[in-house]
Each structure stands twice: as structure tokens, then as C-alpha cells.
Write a protein that binds this ligand. Structure first.
Ligand SMILES: [Zn+2]
Ligand SMILES: [Zn+2]
Length: 393
């Protein structure tokens, strides 16, 4: 159920989302967006800190009753992508688009803050509203610098919650999962250095293309032979570059790719195995190599007890039959770093409506959401706070 004070702010909620949608900003350069966010939060009487991790914003609401400190997080960044939708609120910025729904995340958390500020008397403890830059661009992402700048301290955060609008689920549903929900998303780059020369005289060369080809195939055995079949992992080579002409053996080849895993132990297994394969293949072909392996987002793990509580709240908001258990996904999210420090839950609010053509995947130039999902997300934030304050929604 959507409560009257939330429902009454529907127009404002949609307007805010559309404003963010029309003026998307990317990575840490969210100057317009973060100013609007901070001004809004100040206008409803909250203590606001600007320019955290460059353009992040944090606001504190002190409830009138004693209690814990709860953090609600929204990411605010868009993607470097040209919007192809033909809608009145289409992006006005060339080459930038909110095609992941973060415009909605920002609007929902702002309106939730407004509703909660008006219910101060009923709130136990503190609510910290955290608006994060650069979720999409990792490394470094916005979460780590925000933590380094003390977002989880003063007052110390006891638990954290975040929402992603989700076009793989229909509007009217909420998706949840206890334990691992999203993957550790690592990135690697391998530079192979051989000895170039004439394509007709390979014996006088050391061919990096042959070694690169063997590496791509050998990597396929990491998941199939070294990872427990009951666990999950992905090794993808997404970029392979070498050579300039049909009759030249090049000096170098470059491979780039991603590793996705759902637990730290498997992450270690994959990393070690890849290193051994690279060393072995390069040794066999007398190729020198450089490996640059960058740890990406951590595995996102939802706290089991708090997930139960979010489930209860979701059942009250959308009805028991509309709360779905979602499988883990190999996507990455830097909300995981907050959840490494404090227990919490990151969950999904369905935003697709196939009948209206609003079911395009995230990061598509045609991505758009059913805006009714915004009310559900806002109500979830609000009801969760009330639940933790000891009220039943
Ligand atoms: Zn995204
Ligand atoms: Zn996203």
C-alpha cells in the first residue's frame, strides 16, 4: 500500500526524476545534480554535507526518539550514452543518459527524505541519506571515497539499505535475496611481448598472436576445470588486439577482460589459475608478459536477518504475492563496499511494463521505466524506516 503522504508527492517525485533524466551527468562530475539534491535536502530542514567524494551529498535526519543510525543510499550518476527514446523528458545532454535508473533512485530518496522529515516525531534514531557519485565507473567508484571521507561515522551507521530499480522485474514487484546478490567484478589486462617479423619466416619470430589465442582458449578451462561446479564464475576476454597487416608477425598482443565471482574464495582460485596459465603459455612460446589485474567491486552480500525484515516491509507495500526471490547476478555494484562495513540490504524494485514498451534492458539507449515504480521505491524507504522505528507500516 502506498500511504497518502507519499502518494500526495507523486507529481513532485515524477518531476524530480524527469529533471534528473533531462540533465544527466556522469562519474564524479555531478555538479548540477548534486546541487539540486543538496538544496532540496536543505529546504526540508536537514543537516547537509556537500562535496563528499567530490560531488556526493549526505544529509542527516535526527528522529525525536532514541535509536540506531540507519543509512539509505542512492546513486546519482548517468552513463556516457546517447539516448534514443522519443519522450518529452529526453536527455538534453549530448552523449549522456540515465539508462540505469539512477535518476529514479535519486528522486525516490529525496521524496522519502521529505516524508520522513515530516514524521520526525515518530522516528527512532538517525537517518543518514547518502547520495553517491560514480557508481557506474569503477574503479574507483564513489562508495570507497565516501567511506574514506567518513560517511559511515558521526554518527556511526548501524545498518544500510539501497534500492535498484530493475527492468528485469515487472512494476509492482520487489526482488530480494539474502546472501550474495551481485558479483565481485574484476578487470584484467595482459600485454604479450614477442618478437615481430615477416609472416613467411615465423621460426625467426616469437608470435604473440599464437600465445594470445592459446590464452583465450586456456582461460575457458578455469571455470570448467578449476571452479567447483556448484559455484559460479565468469572469465570473459572482451578485447583482443594485435597486428597491422596480413604478412607481419607483430611485436605485441593485448588482451583485456573481466572476472566475475560470487565468493572471495572462488575469486582467489580464478585469479591464481589465470596467473599460472599466463606464465605457462608465455613460457612455452618464449613470450614476455605484463599482467595488470584490478580488483573491482566486492561481492554484494545481503544480511540474512535484515533481508527478512525488508521482505516483511515489501509484503506490506506490494503484497506477499509480489515479493520475489531473485537469483544472484554476475553484475557488480559498489554498494557492496558499504555492506562490507555494516550489515544491510540492497534490493530490487521492479520497473518494467512490457505493455507500455517499458522493458528495455539497463544501459540500453532505449531504457526507460514505468514511473509507478518510483512510488513503490519511495514507500519502501519510508516503511523500512518506520519499521525500524518500531511501527508497523
Ligand atoms: Zn548501471
Ligand atoms: Zn545502476
Amino acid at each position: 500500500m502506498i500511504e497518502p503522504d507519499v502518494l500526495g508527492l507523486k507529481d513532485e517525485l515524477v518531476q524530480l526524476r524527469r529533471t534528473f533524466h533531462m540533465y544527466p551527468e556522469i562519474e564524479f562530475e555531478l555538479h548540477r545534480t548534486s546541487k539540486l539534491v543538496a538544496d532540496y535536502l536543505e529546504s526540508i530542514g536537514l543537516e547537509v554535507k556537500r562535496n563528499i567524494a567530490r560531488t556526493g551529498v549526505v544529509a542527516l535526519l535526527k528522529g525525536n526518539k532514541p535509536g540506531k543510525t540507519l543509512m539509505l543510499r542512492a546513486d546519482m550518476d548517468a552513463l556516457p550514452l546517447q539516448e534514443l527514446n522519443d519522450v518529452p523528458y529526453k536527455s538534453k545532454i549530448d552523449g549522456a543518459m540515465h539508462s540505469c535508473g539512477h535518476d529514479g533512485h535519486t528522486a525516490m530518496l529525496l521524496v522519502a527524505a521529505k516524508v520522513l522529515a515530516s514524521r520526525k516525531d515518530r522516528i527512532a534514531g538517525n537517518i543518514k541519506f547518502v547520495f553517491q557519485p560514480s557508481e557506474e565507473r569503477f574503479p574507483p567508484g564513489g562508495a570507497i571515497p565516501m567511506i574514506e571521507e567518513g560517511v559511515l561515522e558521526n554518527p556511526k551507521v548501524d545498518m544500510a539499505f539501497g534500492i535498484h530499480l530493475w527492468n528485469a522485474l515487472p512494476v509492482g514487484t520487489v526482488g530480494l535475496r539474502a546472501g550474495p546478490l551481485l558479483a565481485a567484478a574484476d578487470e584484467f589486462k595482459i600485454i604479450l611481448k614477442g618478437k615481430g617479423g615477416h609472416g613467411a619466416y615465423p621460426h625467426a619470430c616469437r608470435d604473440p598472436i599464437v600465445a594470445a589465442s592459446e590464452l583465450v582458449l586456456a582461460f575457458q578451462t578455469v571455470v570448467s576445470r578449476s571452479v567447483d561446479p556448484l559455484e559460479s564464475a565468469v572469465v570473459t576476454v572482451g578485447k583482443l588486439q594485435s597486428g597491422t597487416a596480413f604478412n607481419i608477425i607483430p611485436e605485441t598482443a593485448i588482451l583485456e577482460g573481466t572476472v566475475r565471482t560470487l565468493n572471495e574464495q572462488i575469486r582467489g582460485v580464478v585469479k591464481k589459475r589465470m596467473e599460472r596459465i599466463i606464465r605457462g603459455v608465455c613460457e612455452a612460446h618464449e613470450i614476455d608478459f605484463e599482467l595488470d589485474y584490478k580488483d573491482g567491486t566486492a561481492v554484494l552480500i545481503n544480511d540474512a536477518e535484515l533481508t527478512k525484515m525488508v521482505r516483511k516491509v515489501a509484503e506490506e507495500v506490494v503484497g506477499k504475492e509480489n515479493v520475489v526471490e531473485v537469483p544472484p547476478s554476475m553484475g557488480g555494484e559498489d554498494m557492496s563496499f558499504f555492506l562490507q562495513k555494516v550489515p544491510g540490504v540492497f534490493y530490487l524494485v521492479g520497473s518494467a511494463n512490457p505493455a507500455k514498451g517499458l522493458d528495455k534492458p539497463h544501459h540500453s539507449p532505449y531504457f526507460d521505466i514505468d514511473e509507478d515504480a518510483l512510488l513503490i521505491g519511495t514507500q519502501m524507504h519510508v516503511s523500512l524506516v518506520m519499521k525500524i522505528s518500531g511501527e508497523d507500516a
